[in-house]
Design a binder for this molecule. Structure first.
Ligand code: ATP
Ligand code: MG
Length: 315
């Protein structure tokens, strides 16, 4: 089948630390590129090692790696700074009384507040997807440890609920203002906006809702998610948690990758719940380790590439 028939463009490799996410996502991206599919591989891991696998330095914007293959390592600290900067500008633009707040002090705390890093990852994905991503047939994401990955994947769903409630609240404020003005055209809110289409806060909430909706669509409908496990109880049990969480979020899993098969002392069978009803792909342990790029050729990556390209919609 023609690779271009596939509508899926994103691929995420998730799993416990050290199971082989970077290794398999790199082999997968190389395979897609070899088949003529224009591919971008992006590391979202704050502790990058994608550049080491490809034996070159990678930066925040795509660099040429091989024919049809570019790579990037997201500079998460820069994305956190950009996100905080944007927030500061928004607050300044929307709230005239902000000058009484200690804005810098507030933003300094925000830098460390829960959620900031996840939002930064999310906006980096959006930037890739809606910007440079448009030039590629596939964007393969090498992900950070499970906890952060699950949080950024959950963020659009959680934030959409939250923004929907804020939108209702804003609508009710506008309607109350309007009632007040009907009763008394001289009321103190006379200079405030009453119309949803003109209200900046309402407009902003609507814009955020649209951005989150788009990311939710990407995760739920345009992504191929592969969960990587090793023949050990801990990585299997973490995969079980990933599976449960993704099912709750409505993000389908496309494949389970059993990596390092044959490792001495390994347990070939994990909890069957983890693997149930999902295509499973096995990757043998490369006995001398993966020391250079060409060793990736020893991994049987063709089957999962076929599966990704030939599955019309996520499994
Ligand atoms: N099939 C394999 N055979 C031999 N070694 C492997 C195999 N797969 C991965 N490795 C090795 O295991 C180590 C961890 O792999 P990798 O960095 O891909 O894992 P990761 O899940 O991305 O880890 P992290 O969570 O730290 O990002 C690396 O040294 C890698 O070369
Ligand atoms: Mg990695």
């Amino acid at each position: 089948m023609n690779a271009q028939n596939s509508t899926k463009r994103a691929a995420f490799f998730l799993g416990k630390g050290g199971v082989g996410k970077t290794t398999l996502s790199s082999a997968f991206a190389r395979e897609l590129a070899k088949r003529g599919r224009k591919t971008l591989i992006v590391s979202l891991d704050p502790a990058h090692n994608l550049g080491d696998v490809f034996e070159r330095g990678l930066v925040d914007e795509p660099q040429h790696i091989a024919p049809n293959l570019d790579g990037a390592e997201i500079d998460l600290a820069a994305w956190v700074a950009r996100y905080l900067d944007e927030t500061k500008r928004e607050i300044k633009a929307n709230y005239s009384y902000q000058s009484v707040l200690n804005m810098d002090g507030f933003l300094n705390i925000m830098k460390y507040s829960p959620g900031t890093e996840e939002y930064a990852v999310l906006w980096a994905i959006e930037h890739i997807w809606c910007g440079v991503g448009a030039h590629y047939d596939s964007v393969v994401f090498d992900t950070p440890p499970t906890a952060l990955s699950l949080r950024f994947l959950a963020l659009p769903t959680i934030s959409e609920l939250w923004v929907a409630e804020l939108t209702k609240l804003r609508a009710s404020i506008l309607s109350k203002r309007s009632t007040l003005l009907k009763l008394n055209p001289e009321a103190p809110v006379a200079n405030s906006c009453v119309d949803k289409s003109e209200d900046r806060v309402y407009g902003k909430l609507d814009a955020i809702q649209k951005r989150l909706g788009l990311l939710n669509e990407v995760f739920k409908k345009e992504s191929f998610v592969a969960v990587v496990v090793n023949p050990d109880i801990l990585s299997m049990s973490e995969a079980g948690k990933i599976r449960e969480e993704l099912e709750r979020l409505g993000i389908p899993i496309g494949a389970i990758c059993r990596n390092k098969v044959g490792i001495p002392g390994g347990h070939a069978e994990g909890p069957t719940k983890v693997l149930r009803d999902l295509p499973v792909f096995d990757y043998q342990l490369v006995s001398n380790g993966i020391r250079e790029l060409k060793t990736l050729d020893e991994l049987d990556i063709e089957r999962i590439a076929d599966h990704y390209l030939h599955t019309g919609s996520p499994a």
